[in-house]
Design a binder for this molecule. Sequence first.
Ligand SMILES: C[S@@+](CC[C@H](N)C(=O)[O-])C[C@H]1O[C@@H](n2cnc3c(N)ncnc32)[C@H](O)[C@@H]1O
Length: 373
Amino acid sequence: MKKDFVLEDKTEWARFATFVPNKHLPVYNWFYYKEGFSRFLVSELLKKFKIKKGLVLDPFCGVGTTNLVCKEKGIDSVGFDISPIALFAARVKTRDYDVEKLKRTLSKLKKVKFKKPDILWISSKIRRFFNKHTLDDIVFFMDEVKRIDDPVVRDFFHLALITTAVRTSYIYKDGSVVKIRKHPVPPFRKVYFARTKRMMYDLKKIEFRPCKTIIEKCDARMMKLDNNVIDAIITSPPYLNKIEYTKIYRIEELLFFGIASREIGIRSYIGLKADTKKLFPELPDVANAYFSDMKKVLEEMWRVTKDNVKIAIVVGNGCFSNRVVESDILLSYLARDIGFRVKKIIVLNKRWCMKNRVVKVGKLRESLLIMEK
Ligand SMILES: C[S@@+](CC[C@H](N)C(=O)[O-])C[C@H]1O[C@@H](n2cnc3c(N)ncnc32)[C@H](O)[C@@H]1O
């Protein structure tokens, strides 16, 4: 199968397919998103594609890495996603701020006298992830932040509140499972004020050029875009059989948005609906659901892009108990059938697909597909 496409090894770039390099970058690190990719990768792709202006699309924008890089370079961009928390982080990270206004709000917040808030509305399922005093503090500041008039300033403090709450909680994310791990926690207010201060300082360290950034809630299978308007796509869809993010942000979503992705529409996630026509009958139902969804996304990519546009897609292969599904190659076939010219499959990472954490099923690739309309 592989001989239809050129596979190029670039495993020295493995870490750039992850969010890890962003951990120390101002603004990029305002919300740690395990599913994200790195600033470096997007920046290299924009250089390779020679994109200096125009409109760049990321239909699975997550916390807005592609859009943030575009904003640094002064390139207009659109980001779509369906996760409320990722969209919120992406918006807050890609806005312009008046730092003096943020500073004034922080000093006001510091002066407000603590009053015990009502936490009865919080279910015991959430409460057990927090020390009681920490939760009082979180809800107290949540109410204070809600009172901030300016929506841009309000969202800035709200994002800091979410990340500080996780930092000072007993939440422990172990792969796709959220566990409780009790440990001494630092005082919430101290961490919260330090975090907002650091975020303000970050804004001095990053330089944005004038451009338009649109972050919108939208299903990548039905993009809210006209035909032939996009000049490049840099993206990474959910990986086959890996849908952790529908669960691991549940506590934050319930506490801060009053919703959880799984409740608002689990079916809106790619690859969860199994009653579709089988594109690859030899594959498990969940894989067919995934590829049928991804086919719709590729068709949408074809529709919204101008001619000769370059597209980069970071995707991982699927790990099943009895086999590896080569998503990079199968997606390349689907793209080719639609009309795309698949230029290269660049292998960024290889690791074992394990059954029950002990039996090696096969090697999994994480690849960068480069194609052209
Ligand atoms: C691999 S992550 C992309 C992360 C992104 N590159 C970043 O750096 O933050 C895939 C994203 O697809 C989103 N997603 C899943 N199903 C979607 C759909 N039907 N339409 C749009 N986005 C979707 C998930 O919420 C997740 O944020």
